[in-house]
Design a protein around this ligand. Sequence first.
Ligand code: LMR
Length: 396
Amino acid sequence: MFTAVEMAPRDPILGLNEQYAADGNPKKVNLGVGVYYDDNGKLPLLKCVQAAEEDMMKAPSARGYLPIDGIAAYDNAVKGLVFGADSEPVQSGRVATIQAIGGTGGLKVGADFLKKLTPAAKVLISDPSWENHRALFTNAGFTVESYPYYDAAKRGIDFEGMLAALKAAPAGTIVVLHACCHNPTGYDITPAQWDQVIAAVKAGGLTPFLDMAYQGFGHGIQEDGAVIGKFVEAGLTFFVSTSFSKSFSLYGERVGALSVLCESKEEAARVLSQLKIAIRTNYSNPPIHGGAVVAAVLNDPARRAVWEAELAEMRVRIKAMRQKLVDGLKAAGVKQDMGFITSQIGMFSYSGLTKDQMVRLREEFGVYGTDTGRMCVAALNSKNIDYVCESIAKVL
Ligand code: LMR
């Protein structure tokens, strides 16, 4: 029965974890997957998470099925975080939010819903984009194309190209946009450029799907989420996927969400009913733990303040590592100006290294990044930075 089954290639991001685990090099460094490690190279267990879990353990509870759309207190907390608790969309009840299995789950539920609603629509993703965007929307049945984004020559964004592609897209095209901390490049468009993108999306009748996996890792929780308010102000209906993998360091709990801003409360109820069908036919209903922890933190002002401080600490440390990377590369003898690394934002740096150089980094030095040259700056620390800089200098 399985003789014709071909061996699939490794996942371009998670597949690196498998290679890394099998690598015997004692100096190995994993800059492949987007995961934040502290300065000791440890995955942090946030204090706010630990406190919420301790409280839960004091009152252990049985585990019944959750509602298909998840924990109500969680969904409400997500709405508040994404749109603002006092915002008009939340107050008027026109946001449909579901608890999803990670940000990826939010994208997939949205993609399945959209495929039923607009089966002929095309999907546009940025060039480049998160490696899984193309695969996810393709597997949901869409034809996926891209809009220009990264301009290697100017080490920045080809904004004219991006805007022209959006203006040329037929009405109904689904446009996947990175709300902040663009993955993989680390280059975000400016607020003024967002205004132009929103105008083009509105004029062209496009369907925006905002992927917000890194809220709080750019300039701050409010600042990174500000783009949502711009879409609301423009009177658009749109999709937002949220991930708490990184911002709560809850990667393995798979805790995320999908929010759909509708035109009215009545419309949101209809949309929610369809999202629930997508969930029920994929995985029935979400798991409890991660959602319960995030709800317990976001809905408690004191714990939320601890979370915001812990997230700020991660953000600040990443920025410091960017500067150390630039300085370290110079000290290791790299002649070209690597200052662009500090103008990138979020967890990643698009280093400009070629596939061959990335393979050499991996094979000769045990330094893992993706073949596209993406490196996770959030995994650098004061102990591995010198080795990483020396290794990069050698392959350059
Ligand atoms: C990444 O881009 O490395 C993260 O979003 C993790 C993943 O699932 O790919």
